[in-house]
Ligand binder design. Sequence first.
Ligand SMILES: Nc1nc2c([nH]c(=O)n2[C@@H]2O[C@H](COP(=O)(O)OP(=O)(O)OP(=O)(O)O)[C@@H](O)[C@H]2O)c(=O)[nH]1
Ligand SMILES: [Mg+2]
Length: 140
Amino acid sequence: MKMVLVVACALIDADGRILLAQRPEGKALAGLWEFPGGKLETGERPEDALIRELKEELGITVKHACLAPLTFASHAYDDFHLLMPLYVCRRWEGDVTGREGQALAWVRPQKLRDYPMPPADAPLIPHLQDLLSPLSSSLL
Ligand SMILES: Nc1nc2c([nH]c(=O)n2[C@@H]2O[C@H](COP(=O)(O)OP(=O)(O)OP(=O)(O)O)[C@@H](O)[C@H]2O)c(=O)[nH]1
Ligand SMILES: [Mg+2]
């Protein structure tokens, strides 16, 4: 089984909302809501890849020190196995814009389930909910 490494990021704003981006028409899983990010290029470090993707997809500048690892997704798709580290980021420079024509949504943690996501992403949701509302653990 081919292993594909994809880095993704949950941007969190000052109100504790999470940024989701809608996959554009024509791509695999079009219309579903995902965390910005993408595949590593050959020889690229994960954090460098994520910084590059956040610039390409959202037009923002992120520093290494502002990327904190949270958890990861491991999911068997039909034709590859996805391994996807999820970082969180609360500080960036520039305005978040959909540079690739994708719709964006700032979503409260408890509303994440209202947005259809790729199957690999479902197990990530409780980790974000816990991070952002630690008094009501959704992992228990
Ligand atoms: N970015 C991102 N990709 C995800 C998520 N969940 C998930 O299953 N994926 C899968 O990871 C793979 C890589 O995503 P991608 O299309 O963003 O890769 P990319 O930015 O490098 O784009 P490209 O391949 O069109 O150049 C896709 O198969 C996508 O479906 C997610 O939350 N965020
Ligand atoms: Mg991408």
